[in-house]
Design a protein around this ligand. Structure first.
Ligand SMILES: NC(=O)c1ccc[n+]([C@@H]2O[C@H](COP(=O)([O-])OP(=O)(O)OC[C@H]3O[C@@H](n4cnc5c(N)ncnc54)[C@H](OP(=O)(O)O)[C@@H]3O)[C@@H](O)[C@H]2O)c1
Length: 361
């Protein structure tokens, strides 16, 4: 049975906040392709208007500091897909507005503190009968689904490793969110708790579908979400990186952290990102690919691994987030949930261009 519902017959209306951003636009276009009519929202009419005109959609202009107007904007809308990041700065007011208005909240964050904060509202979300779901994009749909898949093959597993290899560029929003998280440093989950991990340490080799690569531990959102999805207490998330880049990170990180604590330097870095980082164009997105690997291990030696091959992360985010909207509107799960807990391990393989393998030749 496919895990994703067919495109709905009457156009669903919901709020897409941050629609003028690089990823917000991709989501809006995918939503229209799927027969939705989202209301395009954000803080600048000027930035939203061209997209709304092109797609024939309504606009709602409201700043996140104005929760009262946010709540009234949500009247009659069942759901918000939040695409305005860094989410550490933007998710709280929208979660509060959704709880007040009784609208489901979904976002595309990959930021650890944001996942933690969303889970803290579980009881309120249940009481309100709504879903709170952070991470319905490339972070963390595929890794969360793969984590659940291997965990279900090894009941009682005590260790989970997840590794990501991507080709291609990042958007300004992704770069700004990464910058925001940099001072927090590396992290792993051990004995059920998040723990600091020295940046650039713990390199290993991982066999991906097409090649073996060097990977380094990175603080990916699954350190929170895979723990919620699988209950496995020891989790490490890795990213494939050139060895030179890992050594450079290890050597420069302490200085970088100190320098970035100076407000003027951080603002300068943000301005530089704004000017120089534009995200992959359509051709690059079409050529891009991501690969994942996951392994669950039990103390008695049982283990299971699996791989995923996916489209480019931004294409994936647009497709996965719109399908997550459809799933939430159809199933109406309640509480703060991960994508794989709500939709199952096969959610990812039901998305176009996503293939899971249990073995490699
Ligand atoms: N899960 C994933 O795999 C995934 C994939 C792609 C992106 N993301 C995340 O999504 C976020 C957006 O990425 P992007 O590439 O679309 O970035 P972007 O092109 O810079 O767009 C950011 C959007 O957020 C809005 N925004 C930012 N801060 C805001 C605030 N305080 N109040 C209201 N609106 C605000 C911006 O509005 P203005 O233009 O008015 O500033 C803009 O519409 C980033 O955090 C990124 O990491 C995650």
């Amino acid at each position: 049975m496919p895990h994703v519902s067919a495109p709905p017959s009457s156009p669903p209306r919901w709020l897409l906040y941050g629609a003028s951003g690089y990823t917000g636009q991709l989501i809006a276009e995918e939503a229209v392709r799927r027969g939705h009519m989202p209301v395009l929202a954000g803080r600048s009419r000027e930035k939203l208007a061209p997209l709304a005109e092109k797609l024939g959609l309504e606009v709602a202009v409201v700043g996140l500091e104005d929760v009262r107007t946010l709540v009234s904007t949500l009247e009659g809308l069942p759901l918000v897909l939040h695409a305005a990041g860094p989410f550490i700065r933007t998710s709280q007011p929208m979660v509060q507005a959704c709880l007040s208005a009784g609208a489901h909240y979904l976002d595309i964050t990959g930021e650890i503190p944001v996942f933690e904060s969303t889970f803290q509202h579980d009881t309120e979300a249940r009481a309100r009968g709504i879903t709170l779901m952070s991470g319905v994009g490339f972070d963390v749909v595929p890794t969360d689904c793969l984590a659940r898949y291997v965990a279900e093959k090894v009941p009682g597993a005590h260790e989970l490793d997840l590794a990501i290899s991507t080709s291609g560029q990042t958007s300004a929003g992704t770069a700004r969110s990464a910058l925001e998280q940099l001072p927090a440093g590396g992290r792993v989950r051990r004995g059920g708790a998040l723990q600091p991990w020295p940046m650039g340490k713990g390199l290993r080799r991982v066999r991906f579908v097409d090649a073996e690569r060097t990977v380094a531990p990175i603080p990916w959102g699954d350190l929170v979400t895979a723990w919620h999805t699988t209950g496995i207490p020891n989790i490490t998330t890795f990213m494939a990186l050139p060895r030179g880049a890992v050594h450079a990170i290890r050597l420069t990180y302490p200085l970088l952290k100190r320098v970035l604590s100076v407000g003027a330097v951080r603002h300068g870095a943000e301005r530089l990102i704004e000017a120089r980082v534009h995200g992959p164009d359509e051709a690059a997105r079409n050529e891009g690919q991501a690969q994942l690997w996951a392994e669950a291990r039990a103390a008695d030696g049982r283990r299971a691994q699996a791989w995923l091959v996916l489209p480019d992360g931004y294409t994936f985010t647009a497709v996965a987030s719109v399908r997550a909207v459809e799933e939430v509107l159809a199933r109406r799960p309640q509480g703060a949930l991960t994508p794989a807990r709500a939709f199952g391990a096969d959610f990812v393989t039901s998305l176009p261009g996503c293939q899971r393998l249990d073995t490699l030749e």
